[in-house]
Design a protein around this ligand. Structure first.
Ligand SMILES: Cc1cc2nc3c(=O)[nH]c(=O)nc-3n(C[C@H](O)[C@H](O)[C@H](O)COP(=O)(O)O)c2cc1C
Length: 218
């Protein structure tokens, strides 16, 4: 297994601790730099997330300089300034509504590596490509949003596994954020940002509804 996708690069591979002791941290220690190589590694690891038809309709913009953060600030709601100002990096995850345009490549690789037959490859193309090529903008937006949320959850946990804390945030102007990130608003849709850094506060231990009251077995 590649080192990138093994537990070797994880400081904390105690799944229960990573998941159950995660809380949103919104104030981070100043002056902490996360090397871009490590940020890239966390993102690459997060992309092991499943996605609809394996379209992987996600895209990442990492803001780790004061200048880059300042540029998006006018589009971000004020209550999120502490995270924006203090995080070592804020990773904006946006949905890509044109991911199906490279769909052939990813599945052709699976075929070339011998994991599926030529017939299965053709069957995948015939089943799924028309679905996406003829899909409405609304469908593509929803699909890309769900995929991006899946990868976002993984990134939140990976931040902890790498010894950092994080906060997911979508409190920003959805109409302004994509242009503020210098992305094409016809193609990309806002989903969430993940602020990552070393914690400088004791996070609130939030409560959950009793899942038993929200669960139905049929
Ligand atoms: C989609 C989404 C959007 C969120 N947006 C914000 C936000 O804009 N600002 C913020 O401080 N927290 C935001 N949060 C964090 C939630 O407030 C937090 O996850 C929730 O209160 C539960 O707390 P916990 O993360 O500590 O378990 C967001 C979380 C999610 C999943």
């Amino acid at each position: 297994m590649e080192k990138e996708k093994s537990s070797q690069s994880l400081i904390n591979s105690d799944f229960a601790d990573v998941m159950f002791n995660r809380h949103s941290v919104r104030v981070f220690k100043p002056g902490v730099t996360i090397p871009r190589e490590e940020l890239q590694e966390m993102i690459s690891q997060a992309t092991t997330a499943p996605s609809a038809c394996n379209l992987q309709s996600w895209h990442f913009v990492v803001l780790d300089t004061p200048e880059a953060k300042e540029k998006v600030k006018p589009a971000v709601m004020k209550f999120n300034y502490p995270q924006l100002d203090t995080a070592s990096a804020v990773v904006f995850i946006v949905g890509d509504t044109k991911s199906h345009e490279v769909y052939r490549k990813v599945w052709t690789k699976v075929y070339e590596e011998g994991h599926i037959t030529k017939e299965r490859l053709e069957q995948i193309f015939q089943t799924f490509l028309p679905l996406y090529e003829n899909a409405s903008k609304e469908f593509l937006t929803l699909d890309a949003t769900i995929d991006s949320a899946m990868v976002g959850m993984q990134l939140l946990l990976l931040a902890r596994a790498h010894g950092y804390e994080a906060n997911p945030l979508s409190g920003y102007d959805f109409a302004k954020i994509i242009p503020a990130l210098d992305l094409d608003p016809e193609r990309f849709v806002p989903v969430m940002a993940i602020a990552i850094g070393k914690s400088d506060e004791t996070p609130i231990k939030t409560q959950r509804y009793d899942a038993k009251t929200l669960t139905e077995f049929r």
